[in-house]
Design a protein around this ligand. Structure first.
Ligand code: NAP
Length: 439
């Protein structure tokens, strides 16, 4: 609970939990943009204490060592702190600290997508019970404003669907594979050299990072609690340069998309490589940029674009939350996001309706196409286009299905794998839409 009289204090004091890539960026901007922040918040804002593990750790931006502490109690129990900013990352001790702060009604801003995507309901409930302000704009899309626009600006509309490029590393890799014709392994190595990946890139390339962000956006957009384990995910590791070339010939690009939609009852949340039309706005998003395409029932199509990670863009989103809380102090809580406690009916990937691109390596002999068409027909999968290319004794069939139920396609794929004329199925990629307007 806000203490009586606290909101009349002249200065807002921030307790920064963590001072690494993002935390040192927050400190840097809080000093550099002091005047702009004061104008926006209506009073001065200052980082008054910083928690770190090790004083001597190098930081991207220097921070005031005289206010650094290594004892969590020394900052968590400081009664003068108005807003805590958690930028340590990981689950523990971040979760225990967050609950300690929220359970006693203190305000918290975090960039921790893993924490919100996994324990969102527990944290929201704690904040809701005590009336603490709890904001996490930086947890999705780095510097791109997404949560506040979805919650507030679009609060009067029904969101139908969100499709986003929410991981810069994988977008960089796919962009390089497409523009240079290089392999996944070479593009990953390049991204690592440029410092675009975590030391262990698994979470990025396997779609886990994007799935965490999808869970958060789904909860906000559809007003039900979705956790990361409910989001289907497939990574980009098996995409081949040939697939990107085929895609272009067919009029598509390939992106790792986070897609979430609601049909009024169920929510379909998934992350997987996706072929999208070359004229779709998301196709033009290249390199390590992020973009999120939103379709609202009344507002229509919107796109948010920018730096989805990085020290200063992410710190900007955090300071936006700080300014927002500063403006709310002393006022009743507008929404405690109780909807997050209602579990969502998240449908299985098998229920998703989509088109598929598939490549089959087959023996080059008459009657093969008829056998393949038979397996598709038996599983109610109809084909939109089929191209056959001869390569020595075998040939390659590149096909695109009409919109089918994912489960039907899975069964057809199993049937094809058992056909003696099919040597290999090197690629399967889901396909979204004909043009942007057809979504
Ligand atoms: N990096 C990005 O581009 C980005 C973008 C959006 C969101 N985020 C999120 O922002 C958060 C922070 O990421 P980051 O890249 O800034 O991480 P980071 O560079 O590893 O920084 C973590 C900071 O937390 C401190 N810390 C960690 N565990 C601690 C503990 N047990 N006790 C005290 N201090 C502890 C570290 O202290 P020392 O300095 O002493 O080691 C360090 O200052 C994560 O949740 C991440 O998912 C990051």
């Amino acid at each position: 609970m806000e203490k009586p009289g606290r909101n009349r204090k002249a200065e807002i004091k921030i307790g920064l939990l963590g001072c690494g890539t993002i935390g040192s960026g927050v400190f840097h901007l809080a000093v550099k943009n002091k005047r702009a922040i004061e104008e926006s918040a209506g009073r001065p804002v200052r980082v008054s204490k910083i928690l770190v593990k090790d004083f001597d750790e190098p930081r991207p931006f220097p921070a005031d060592e005289s206010i650094m502490v290594t004892d969590p109690g020394g900052i968590l129990e400081d009664p003068d702190i108005d807003i805590f900013v958690e930028v340590m990352g990981g689950i523990e001790p971040a979760k225990s600290f967050a609950l300690r702060i929220l359970n006693r009604g203190s305000n918290l801003v975090t960039a921790n997508k893993d924490l919100i995507a996994t324990f969102g309901p527990e944290l929201i409930e704690a904040a809701s019970k005590t009336g603490a302000r709890f904001k996490f704009e930086a947890s999705v899309g780095g510097g791109i404003p997404l949560i506040r626009p979805l919650e507030e600006s679009l609060g009067g509309d029904n969101i139908l669907k969100i499709m986003g490029i929410m991981n810069g590393t994988t977008n960089y890799i796919l962009t390089r594979m497409s523009s240079e014709g290089i392999t996944y392994e070479d593009a990953l190595m390049e991204a690592q050299k440029l410092g675009y990946t975590e030391s262990n890139p698994e979470s990025d390339v396997a779609g886990t990072d994007a799935a965490h962000k999808t869970a958060i956006l789904s909860s906000i957009a559809f007003k039900k609690g979705v956790t990361q384990d409910q989001v289907y995910r497939e990574g980009i590791q098996s995409i081949r340069p040939e697939d990107l070339e085929n895609a272009r010939e067919l009029g598509y690009s390939v992106k790792l998309l986070a897609i979430t939609e609601c049909d009024g009852g169920g929510i379909y949340a998934r992350v997987h490589p996706t072929m999208i039309p070359l004229d779709h706005p998301l196709t033009s998003v290249s390199g390590n940029f992020n973009a999120v395409f939103v379709i609202g029932e009344s507002v229509g199509e919107l796109m948010f674009y920018g730096q989805g990670a990085g020290s200063l863009p992410t710190a900007t989103a955090i300071l936006g939350d700080v300014v927002n809380i500063a403006g709310e102090l002393g006022t009743p809580l507008a929404s405690n996001r109780d909807y997050w406690l209602r579990p969502a009916d998240v449908r299985s990937i098998g229920d998703v309706m989509t088109k598929f691109y598939m490549v089959l390596k087959v023996v080059d002999r008459p009657g093969v196409l008829a056998k393949i068409a038979g397996v598709f027909g038996d599983n109610d999968v109809s084909l939109e286009s089929v191209v056959q290319k001869g390569i020595g004794d075998s040939s390659e069939i590149v096909l695109i299905t009409h919109v089918v139920r994912d489960e039907n396609f899975r069964r057809a794929r199993e049937g094809l794998e058992n056909l003696e004329v099919v040597l290999e199925i090197p690629s399967v990629i889901r396909v979204e839409g004909e043009t942007a307007a057809s979504h």
